[in-house]
Design a protein around this ligand. Structure first.
Ligand code: ATP
Length: 444
């Protein structure tokens, strides 16, 4: 599908950057028989594109050889065909063909950098580790670097940032990004085509291998075996390895024990869900980046209502921005409430006080009646405080309402619990971990 990138390139010169960012870049293209199908992520984008840009798109696609029909639909390409993170087949071919450093591409997405990564307590360590790895690739202190944590928290962003930084420091650096499933398919193909030697060779010349979502290797024994050898060869060659995983590898069922232990050899760092302030800062930074004006109270609103996943937060911002552009209205809290009503309601419905009480009780192995009861032993009082503080953090309920839901406690008790837990999350590592895990569970 060569015609679309060329068409998009031309459109970028013809329309304001903000329009291109909002309406045209989100489109994905696919060739179906003699029709070019353009996928829009939602109805706003589809309608705006249909109304304002289709005639020009048709002309340009015709011009660049994507002739025939052009259709515009809501949908997306399967993930493997996403334009941003191209499949490893391309990467592998590039890697193999990259005799000269200048030609080496490695699949890095240059958009994701340290500059546009918002730092907060939840990702500070991960950021610092990725930064260090980029400054001194291969150094034993951070090789391999493993970033692990829930979905949409910025692991891939940091990984790209490290790769881009390596290339900034040393433009000839050979940094290859691969998703684990791409490693799997490329390896599989090399077996069928009897090109395993070539497959192995591509890794020898690398300075760094960035490999995303290694939990995908679970249950794929031959691929694990191959990755194990690749890993050892890179490690011995002092080539930097950066990996991401959706949890600590020991917790991934179906990974071989020797691989699990090897993965945690270097520096494993958890990426946690960002706290409220960081979430708001991310919304503001993303808005600035795309040239959309989002006032602080809207950023706070989104941060408050969408507690865990940055990807969802970004999705909400995109919808707001698209709708504001489309209707010509300013982005205010009312506008946000209205536009994101269904989304916010879904989030809200998912997190009720009862839900929080049940999750916290299960987490600490308690009965709900004990969590709500009067006993003040520490093993009950602390989880109770955690549950109250979570209710304040994750729902819209007032302190008196939360007190009521906890067997009619006074609102000052709830306030005290919130303050206490806030302090403890900063001083007590175990409690911090419990807090983050509970937020993650509740936001799933
Ligand atoms: N701290 C941050 N600052 C700026 N953007 C962030 C931050 N954290 C996450 N994001 C953004 O959130 C989106 C999702 O991040 P990313 O793809 O890196 O998540 P991930 O942890 O790799 O998730 P997955 O495991 O699902 O692949 C990206 O657009 C990324 O730029």
């Amino acid at each position: 599908m060569d015609a679309w990138p060329r068409c998009l390139e031309r459109l970028e010169t013809e329309f304001p950057a903000e329009d291109v960012h909002t309406w045209l870049r989100p489109l994905q293209a696919e060739r179906r028989d003699d029709t070019t199908v353009l996928y829009a992520p939602n109805a706003f984008v589809r309608d705006a594109v249909h109304e304002r840009y289709m005639p020009r798109i048709r002309e340009l696609l015709g011009h660049f050889g994507g002739g025939g029909q052009v259709s515009l639909e809501i949908g997306s390409l399967p993930r493997a065909a996403e334009p941003v993170r191209t499949p490893a087949t391309a990467a592998a071919t590039q890697a193999a063909a990259a005799a000269g450093a200048a030609a080496f591409h490695g699949n890095l997405d240059s958009h994701y950098t340290f500059d546009n990564f918002v730092e907060g307590r939840s990702n500070q360590l991960g950021r610092a580790a990725a930064w260090q790895a980029a400054q001194k690739p291969g150094d034993r202190a951070h090789n391999p670097l493993l970033l692990y944590g829930g979905t949409g928290l910025g692991k891939t962003h940091l990984m790209f940032a490290a790769g881009n930084e390596m290339r900034r420091n040393n433009p000839g650096a050979r940094v290859l990004y691969m998703r684990s499933n791409d490693f799997y398919s490329a390896f599989f193909r090399s077996l069928q085509e009897r090109t395993s030697d070539q497959f192995k060779r591509q890794f020898q010349q690398l300075d760094a291998l960035l490999i995303d979502d290694i939990q995908f290797f679970a249950g794929k024994d031959r691929t694990q075996e191959e990755f194990f050898h690749t890993f050892n060869a890179l490690f011995e060659g002092r080539q930097q390895i950066i990996m991401t995983c959706d949890r600590f590898p020991r917790e991934v069922d179906g990974l071989e024990p020797r691989l699990k232990s090897r993965l945690a050899w270097g520096l494993p760092v958890a990426i946690d869900p960002p706290d409220f302030e960081t979430r708001a800062a991310i919304v503001l930074a993303k808005a600035r980046e795309r040239g959309t004006h989002v006032p602080e109270d809207v950023a706070f609103l989104l941060a408050k209502k969408m507690p865990s996943n940055v990807r969802d937060l970004e999705g909400a911002l995109n919808t707001l921005s698209a709708q504001a552009n489309f209707t010509g209205r300013a982005i205010t809290p009312e506008f946000a409430q209205e536009t994101l009503r269904d989304l916010l309601r879904a989030q809200q419905a998912a997190i009720s006080i009862a839900n929080i009480q049940k999750t916290v009780a299960d987490y600490y192995g308690l009965q709900i009646k004990d969590l709500l009861g009067k006993k003040r032993t520490r093993s009950l009082a602390r989880p109770r405080q955690v549950a109250m503080a979570l209710a304040k953090e994750l729902t819209e309920h007032s302190l008196p309402e939360i007190g009521d839901a906890f067997a009619g406690r006074d609102h000052t008790t709830v306030l005290h619990a919130c303050r206490q837990i806030r302090t403890l999350t900063q001083t007590d590592g175990k409690l911090r971990e419990d807090w983050d895990k509970l937020i993650r569970k509740l936001s799933e």
